[in-house]
Design a protein around this ligand. Structure first.
Ligand SMILES: Nc1ncnc2c1ncn2[C@@H]1O[C@H](COP(=O)(O)OP(=O)(O)OP(=O)(O)O)[C@@H](O)[C@H]1O
Ligand SMILES: [Mg+2]
Length: 242
């Protein structure tokens, strides 16, 4: 069994003259949810794209399941929800799910059941046959999340999955993520919702190109002498400005 599912060793990335990630080492292992937080523009999405081979590193090494990405076989074993939805607007939700299920080689026999399963998680069952062009922003987000769950992948990478999702459903989604974690899946999630950062096993805080904190929410709160991850975030950001 591979323990380090995502591994970044000394990864750097600049755009033009601006250094976004400066010699970052970072892992996500099986059976844990890692929450990647940091101010807007800190480089969270860039870090994910480097891991997935969607952007090239300037230095260092990034692997997923011990393979350099992009790798077709690895892509089939993971679910990725990008920050902006990449959906086919002129197709229905169900047709979108069928399309992405085919890319993941989900057997035809399992297709209908699997689509029902993931649609239920995000409460889209009743809207599956409507065209995505008529979906609200939150519904599109939920469909993207459902797509990432297809095939019950061993690795889930979710870039701000709960934007536009109401609190009750958000709670249910976190319940599903925890159940997957308990089942040995690895999950990397970015969020600006600090309540959600309390629900992860490990918080990685990205600030000014560096990972300045990487620990359980409780340990971080203790070492910063505060009660919440939100206060950790604000305090760390304040210290950085000094
Ligand atoms: N392809 C690109 N070309 C040039 N600059 C880029 C590119 N992609 C990202 N950037 C810049 O890199 C920085 C980090 O962007 P990134 O999207 O990774 O941040 P983020 O932490 O995900 O922010 P947010 O919380 O707003 O999603 C930003 O300054 C952004 O403008
Ligand atoms: Mg982002």
């Amino acid at each position: 069994m591979v323990d380090n599912v995502i591994q970044l060793n000394g990864v750097s990335k600049s755009f033009g003259k601006k250094t976004i990630l400066n010699n970052i080492s970072f892992t996500v292992t099986t059976g844990e949810i890692v929450g990647l937080i940091g101010p807007s523009g800190a480089g969270k999405s860039t870090l994910i794209k480097l891991a997935l081979g969607m952007e090239k590193t300037d230095g260092g090494e990034a692997t997923v399941f011990d393979r350099q990405m992009p790798n077709r076989l690895v892509l089939k074993e993971m679910g990725y929800m990008a920050q902006s939805d990449a959906l086919y607007d002129q197709l229905s939700g169900r047709e979108n799910l069928k399309f992405f299920a085919a890319m993941k080689d989900i057997p035809n026999n399992d297709l209908a059941t699997e689509i029902e399963r993931v649609a239920k998680v995000v409460e889209l069952t009743d809207s599956l046959d409507a065209n995505v062009s008529g979906y609200s922003g939150g519904m599109k987000r939920r469909l993207s999340l459902a797509i990432s769950l297809l095939g019950n992948p061993k690795l889930l990478i979710l870039d701000e999955p709960t934007v536009g999702i109401d609190p009750a459903l958000r709670k249910k989604i976190w319940h599903v993520l925890h159940a997957m974690r308990d089942d040995g899946h690895a999950i990397l999630v970015t969020t600006h919702v600090m309540d959600e950062a309390e629900l992860v096993d490990r918080v990685s805080l990205l600030l000014d190109g560096k990972l300045i904190a990487n620990d359980t929410p409780k340990n971080l709160e203790a070492s910063y002498g505060v009660d919440t991850v939100e206060q950790v975030f604000l305090k760390a950001e304040g210290e950085q400005d000094d």
